[in-house]
Ligand binder design. Structure first.
Ligand code: ADP
Length: 445
């Protein structure tokens, strides 16, 4: 059936019928479509029902499973409750045990403290015992030492007693001796008193003699001066005739050389030799007589003096292969010319009187004391017999003849004169075949 508004229209308007029938057709079609949709919807619903039925089935299954699961859960909860009860009991048990343990630990701590305290006490005791042992050992040692000392002291005492007894016996004898000596001393004192008187008399005599000697010395000094002047004048004046003899001997030798027979030649040689020796003698005499105090003493560096003398003697030193050594010679106050001759004489003698088969060595040294310098000239030469020690320093005294060693016997006398000028002494020490040492002192005053 068409709706009311369409029927009204059909009644009101005639030409609208066709349109209404078209609309009817469309409506019918729409209705048919609606039916179709309803069917589709019914199909879908039945499918949905089937689906729902399936889901319901599933839900029931699930509900069954849930029931089983619930039962299971209930069972588990029960079990858990039981377990919880057991755990509570176990916890209580544990708590009880812990309490017990704590009590035990507290007891143990107290016991430990007790033990530690006892240990400390024991250690203290042990230390005290060690100290006590040491003390004991020390006391024992001391006792042993003391015992030893006592033994020694006893021995000493015994020894002293014996000694005292001996000493008492000796003293007794000594007393007797003393008494005797006192008597003797009394006698001796009397004798000494007499001797003293005698000595006083002798001293007086000696003083008189000393005064006489001083006078004689002055006289001697004066005479010596006179003699030296005489020696000087004679040796000086002898030079002239000697020069004439030497010159003529030379001239004679030149002019008649080859014309003389052997004997004449020997005579001429003797004259020339003797003239030569005489020249040396006169020169030495002149040197000796002119030794005297320079105007003033000077500072003399002995190292320089030695250097100069060695320079002057360089030929004889090198020919004889002599080795000269000196240790730190001093600077002294003295007469320079004299010092040079002193060094030269001693060194030239050491070279002259060297041993033929030995390299000659001369050692020069000097030491000092408060008052003087002591010089020593040592050589390793032929040496000197002790019997001649004093003679050497006297003028013209020689131990060898001119054929063995040339010389005039003036050198050492010259040395003595120079040393005397320096308020010193000169002497010799020697060993035959080993060498000689000439010592001299130089006063520092
Ligand atoms: P000269 O050497 O001219 O003979 P000296 O007065 O110098 O005179 O010496 C005297 C003597 O002392 C010498 O003849 C010699 O016999 C001895 N004499 C001196 N110096 C030495 C010495 N160094 N070694 C051995 N004898 C010496």
């Amino acid at each position: 059936m068409p709706p009311d508004y369409l029927l009204t229209k059909l009644a009101g308007e005639e030409d609208i019928n066709a349109l209404q029938s078209a609309e009817l057709i469309i409506a019918k079609k729409q209705l048919a479509n609606l039916d179709e949709e309803k069917i589709q919807r019914a199909d879908e619903l039945s499918i949905a029902n089937v689906e729902l039925a399936f889901q319901n089935e599933e839900k029931e299954k699930r509900a069954d499973e849930l029931i089983i699961a619930n039962k299971e859960l209930a069972f588990q909860i029960e079990e858990k409750a039981k377990r919880a009860d057991e755990l509570i009991i176990a916890n209580k048990e544990l708590a009880f045990q812990n309490e017990e343990k704590e009590k035990r630990a507290a007891e143990l701590m107290i016991a430990n403290k007790e033990l530690a305290f006892q240990n400390d006490e024991k250690e203290k005791r042990a230390n005290e015992l060690v100290l006590a042992n040491k003390e004991l050992i020390f006391q024992n040692n001391e006792k042993e030492k003391r015992a030893d000392e006592l033994v020694i002291a006893n021995q000493e005492l015994a020894f002293q007693n014996t000694e005292r007894e001996k000493r008492a016996a000796e003293l007794f004898i000594a007393n007797k001796e003393l008494a005797y000596q006192n008597t003797e001393k009394g006698k001796r004192a009397d004798e000494l008193a007499i001797a003293n008187k005698e000595l006083a008399f002798q001293n007086e005599e000696k003083e008189k003699r000393a005064i006489e000697l001083a006078g004689a010395n002055k006289e001697l000094a004066f005479q010596n001066e006179e003699k030296e002047q005489f020696v000087y004048i004679v040796s000086h004046d002898l030079q002239e005739p000697l020069r004439t003899i030497t010159n003529y001997a030379g001239l004679f030798n030149k002019r008649y050389s080859g014309k003389l027979d052997n004997e004449a030649n020997r005579f001429l040689e003797s004259i020339t030799g003797a003239a030569g020796r005489m020249r040396t003698l006169i020169k030495d005499l002149l040197d000796y007589s002119v030794i005297q105090k320079d105007t003033a003493k000077a500072e003399i560096d002995c190292n320089l003096v030695l250097e100069e003398v060695m320079n002057d003697m360089s030929v004889s030193i090198s020919e004889s292969k002599t080795h000269i050594s000196a240790e730190n010679l001093p600077v002294v106050k003295g007469y320079l010319t004299g010092f040079r001759s002193l060094f030269q004489n001693l060194i030239s003698n050491a070279i002259k009187y060297r041993k033929a088969d030995t390299e000659s060595v001369i050692r020069i040294s000097a030491v000092s004391n408060e008052k003087e310098w002591l010089f020593s000239f040592s050589d390793n030469g032929i040496g000197i017999d002790k019997a001649f020690y004093d003679k050497l320093f006297i003028i013209f005294q020689r131990l060898h003849n001119k054929n063995e060693y040339s010389g005039t016997g003036i050198g050492l006398a010259q040395c003595k004169k120079i040393v005397d000028l320096h308020d010193g002494r000169i002497w010799v020490e020697s060993v035959i075949d080993e060498g000689s040492t000439f010592h001299f002192t130089i006063s520092k005053m």
